[in-house]
Design a protein around this ligand. Structure first.
Ligand code: HXC
Length: 515
């Protein structure tokens, strides 16, 4: 009798694991995708997966649905470990009703989110779904809304990571959008609120799935996605790498990774990296790689708003969130997108106890009617807000330009940076010499016998006296003027002092960041 029951369990377990059946699994493979279970197997440490709700079935009677009630209901959920650290995970199974979400499907995700939240585990969602299960009507919508609420409640408490590994359409996009990071797989993943057919009917625009909401679009144009992956395997490797930098919850510290890279390493190449001509760009990624442990920088939002760089790296084994102006793109100016990108990253780091390191070379905010009309005021304010409210250890290195409002915005001493370093090449002033002399020395230039010569003379004079680190240093706004080659040792020595920092904002329900 018990033997029969055990055999029955084995049969049900196998049936559940087969999802929508072998034909649909074959179709999944032929479209270049792994199945929900293959993805979990690859991401989690071998043998660590503990599945929950394997025998959940839908309760829908409409459209003859009750005749087909697959075990698991189209989403595989459970817990496991990644490199030994526990995570909660759900993986949508496109082979069961196209991975569409109904009442019970949603309740499984809600349960796994709760497990993550209560136990302080990152929640990883692998999305591959046709959206709301049409046959379940408003129950599907309720399920989505339940998940949205949970995503918001978990925000800033546990890291939430979404991978889009197939379709993700309609309101379904908003759960990943509320989470902290979105991965997309090139060629097989699409995200959009309304698809090509609806767009055609409403606006008469012709567009295909890829051009509307493919991985490249959301990584380069919209900024919805943070990482673009070549394949399911590449995407899951990316998630493992991300997890290696971040803590499991907001009460935890980021993982410490001992390194052989010497804390006192000098880097003579940094003394040569700033071009003699201040108008010539250089690649700030080279600076980052020369400073951090083993040159390892995991860039976030690599393809969007490239005038600012954000990502994770380690110094002396400790995770840092790096925010850096990129002189190689738009001269490193702050514009609408780069301000939003920077602000969101700073807030993630602050929520999860990740210290900030800013590398600054910025001529100012990007001029232009599009920028002004698009709301650079509102959006630039986000970055100031994010840096100012952040209470984690914060350091800034000014490599070259720090002009105007951008000087204030980029984690200046005035908005609570704990340490500000400047290289001798730093130019810290209200504005660049060209603009400044045209305003404050206009009369002298106009009245000069040779106005051009006079202008050049005044520019040189301005640069000598104002475009240096020493006025800011004389006021204590810059703590140290340092040789570029010894930057790593200064950062690490200072971090050893400030890593135990405790700072608080006034009690409030929440602030009102300009959205
Ligand atoms: C029920 C669905 C489904 C859905 C797909 N299927 N989407 N079943 N509800 N939303 C089923 C199909 O009927 C099919 O079943 C199987 O899944 C595979 O789908 P195919 O169409 O054969 O696959 P493919 O050609 O790869 O196309 C995938 C797709 C397409 C692009 C996702 O299925 C599609 O457009 N689906 C509808 C997408 C959509 O509009 N969803 C609603 C979005 S609105 P059989 O048995 O034939 O194999 C929304 C609101 C959420 O989600 C609001 C939250 C607030």
């Amino acid at each position: 009798m018990v033997k029969d029951r055990i055999e029955e369990l084995d049969a049900l377990s196998s049936e559940s694991e087969l999802g929508g059946g072998q034909n649909r699994i074959d179709k999944q493979h032929s479209s270049g995708k792994w199945t929900a279970r293959e993805r979990i197997d690859y991401l989690l440490d071998s043998g660590s997966f503990e599945e929950v709700d394997k025998y959940v079935r839908h309760q829908c009677h409409d459209y003859g649905m009750f005749k087909n009630r697959p075990y698991g209901d189209g989403v595989v959920t459970g817990t496991g470990t990644v490199n030994g650290r526990p995570v909660a995970i759900f993986s949508q199974d496109f082979t069961v009703f196209g991975g569409s979400l109904g009442e019970m499907f949603a309740s499984k995700i809600v349960k796994i989110n709760s497990i993550g939240q209560k136990n302080g585990l990152p929640v990883i969602g692998l999305n591959d779904s046709g959206g709301a299960r049409i046959q379940e009507g408003v129950l599907s919508l309720a399920g989505y809304a339940d998940i949205f609420l949970q995503n918001v409640m978990s925000s800033g408490v546990i890291p939430q990571i979404s991978a889009i590994m197939g379709p993700c359409a309609g309101g379904a996009v908003y759960s990943p959008a509320i989470t902290d990071f979105i991965y997309m797989v090139s060629g097989t993943s699409h995200m959009f609120v309304t698809g090509p057919a609806v767009i055609k009917a409403v606006t008469h625009e012709d567009i295909d799935f890829e051009s509307l909401g493919g991985a490249a679009v959301h990584n380069e144009i919209s900024g919805v996605a943070h990482f673009e992956s070549e394949s399911d395997e590449d995407c899951l490797n990316g998630i493992k790498r991300l997890l290696s930098f971040i803590p499991s919850n907001n009460m935890d510290s980021p993982p410490y990774a001992p390194t052989d890279d010497p804390a006192d390493r000098t880097e003579p190449a940094l003394d040569e990296i700033i071009p003699n001509d201040p108008n010539i760009p250089y690649d700030m990624k080279d600076v980052i790689r020369l400073l951090v442990d083993d040159g390892d920088f995991y860039e976030v939002h690599e393809h969007w708003a490239r005038n600012i760089l954000v990502g994770f790296a380690r110094m002396a084994g400790y995770t840092f969130g790096i925010i850096a102006n990129q002189p190689n793109h738009l001269a490193g100016c702050l514009d609408i997108n780069s301000s939003t990108k920077g602000a969101r990253f700073v807030r993630f780091c602050d929520a999860f106890n990740i210290p900030l390191l800013v590398l600054e070379d910025i001529p100012g905010f990007l001029p232009g009617v599009n920028q002004e009309h698009g709301g650079i005021i509102r959006n630039g304010a986000k970055l100031i807000y994010a840096f100012a409210e952040a209470t984690v250890p914060k350091m800034t290195v000014i490599t070259r330009k720090a002009y105007g409002g951008a000087y204030c915005a980029m984690n200046s001493r005035h908005i609570r940076a704990d340490a500000v370093f400047a290289w001798p090449s730093a130019e810290i002033a209200v504005m660049g010499s060209q603009g400044a002399v045209s305003i404050i020395r206009k009369k002298e230039i106009d009245e000069a016998e040779n106005p051009n010569e006079k202008r050049q003379e005044l520019i040189l004079d301005y640069n000598r006296h104002f475009a240096t680190p020493y006025i800011a240093a004389s006021k204590g706004y810059v703590d140290h003027v340092i040789k570029p080659s010894v930057t790593r040792q200064h950062i690490i020595k200072t971090f050893n002092v400030i890593k135990t920092k405790r700072d608080h904002n006034p009690p409030k329900k929440h602030g009102n960041i300009p959205l």
